[in-house]
Design a binder for this molecule. Sequence first.
Ligand code: NAP
Length: 241
Amino acid sequence: MKNAIVTGASSGIGLACATRLLQMGYKVIGVSRDFSKCECDHHNFVHLTCDLTQREQLLALQHKIDKANTYILINAAGVGHFAPHEALHVEQIEEIIALNLTAPLILSKLFLKPLKQNSGYIFNIGSISARQPALFGAAYGASKAGLQHFGLSLFKEARKSGLKVVNIEPDITNTNFFDTLRFHPAEDPQCYIEPDDIAQIVADTLTMRTGTVITNITVEPQKFKLEKRPHQEEKRCKKPQ
Ligand code: NAP
């Protein structure tokens, strides 16, 4: 059975991708800190608890996952902290870079050999912020721009092996990403992407003719509208560590 490693598989885009891959017959190794609220308990869904910002936990993954059958790596775990840059805590900047950029680079390195041998796929869930500067998102945008460049460069390096590297860069998507933020998508379904839409793109990519590779995909909602959280809800947002 072919293995797919999916980070951020406990919710949102990662969970939607994991669910779709399970339906397609893959064994999915999900990597997140907490699967307790994850409702998918498919028998081929392995839950690996790991804080990807912690170097030792990240490196230990290579010993917990059967490398030989690894065919897909989806780097979906990510975090956003949005504020004037001087107001960000140093720990928040470190978390953004460690989770959104360093972890995908290291995971790709750890599993590159089997992914190349299996002519497999790396999907990087980036963001439209990779190419579009966002107010109060300088650090987040930097992490996603770095991830975009990494993916495009890695494809050039590894394409001869048959490896496909695909950057998927969504705009506003209806997930828990906004739980701790001061804004969230507007209620109109035309104002956000659904996680299943991203999973559909992954599935479509996997079933494309071998020989053609889409290396970078931007995904946008039909309309753009964000809403601010009411003041009282703002107070309930997680405090920065
Ligand atoms: P989400 O529902 O909040 O999912 C984030 C995932 O990352 C969760 O599974 C979370 O699991 C995991 N995660 C967070 N910190 C982690 C850590 N230290 N170690 C391991 N896993 C960790 O948000 P999402 O929207 O699906 O986000 C997925 C990706 O999409 C992110 O890379 C994000 O930047 C990107 N994106 C999102 C949007 C959007 O509008 N939602 C737009 C563009 C790009 P645990 O909490 O269990 O660890």
